[in-house]
Design a protein around this ligand. Structure first.
Ligand code: HEC
Length: 184
């Protein structure tokens, strides 16, 4: 009986050592909680309902040929840059990193061990991207795929309207910081 008591205490101790959220789904009955039919974030963008029209106006598609001619609709004010920074930190930082060097937490080239899982992330602050037009960067945000950059997920359905130009303006700020030695 005393041995059983010890065994029980040990088992409880082992359980307490790990996060219950990590083990509980291994028990068949509880697993249904995890393996439910739910929509994972971003997994299945919901298409607009048939017969409805977007009240914010349909948007013209972007493509490689016209991207360079798109005019930035937002002046580079501190308001625009702050908005861009908020959006960049929400959507882009995970891959492109705080300073835009391509070393975000999930980037495979973040220099950490183990490295992040996402391959091919590139720097946004090197000369090649600094020389790109605002329109080009805008179009990559709308759809990397359409712009021939298949490795980057589409962000046009998440970052919308003039927000995209605010992100472009913030990327320009990161490029300027990198040129001046970079504070980060
Ligand atoms: C999930 C990771 C990921 C996120 C998040 C991400 N990117 Fe990217 N980005 C990439 C990868 C990978 C590439 C390289 C694409 C390629 O060469 O196919 C890239 C390339 C780019 C390029 C350069 C395109 C070129 O000509 O080489 C720009 C500009 C860019 N991203 C901007 C952004 C902005 C702005 C955001 C936020 C709205 C963002 N990215 C979010 C992964 C990401």
């Amino acid at each position: 009986m005393r041995n059983l008591g010890w065994a029980l205490a040990l088992a409880l101790g082992a359980l307490a050592a790990c996060n219950p959220d990590d083990v509980v789904h291994r028990v068949g009955w509880f697993a249904t909680m995890r393996h439910q039919r739910s929509i994972k974030p971003y997994a299945r963008p919901i298409p607009s309902v048939a017969g409805t029209v977007p009240i914010t106006g349909a948007e013209p598609a972007v493509n490689l040929q016209m991207a360079d001619r798109l005019a930035n609709q937002r002046t580079r004010t501190s308001e625009s840059i702050n908005r861009g920074r908020f959006l960049y930190e929400t959507y882009c930082l995970v891959c492109h990193g705080v300073a835009g060097k391509g070393d975000g937490p999930i980037s495979a080239t973040n220099g950490q061990t183990p490295p992040g899982p996402f391959f091919g992330v590139r720097s946004l602050v090197d000369d090649a991207i600094a020389r790109r037009t605002d329109g080009y960067i805008y179009a990559v945000i709308v759809s990397g795929q359409v712009m021939g950059r298949g490795l980057m997920p589409v962000y046009g359905d998440k970052v919308r309207g003039t927000d995209r130009w605010d992100v472009v303006n913030y990327v320009r700020t990161l490029q300027a910081e990198a040129r001046s030695g970079g504070k980060r």
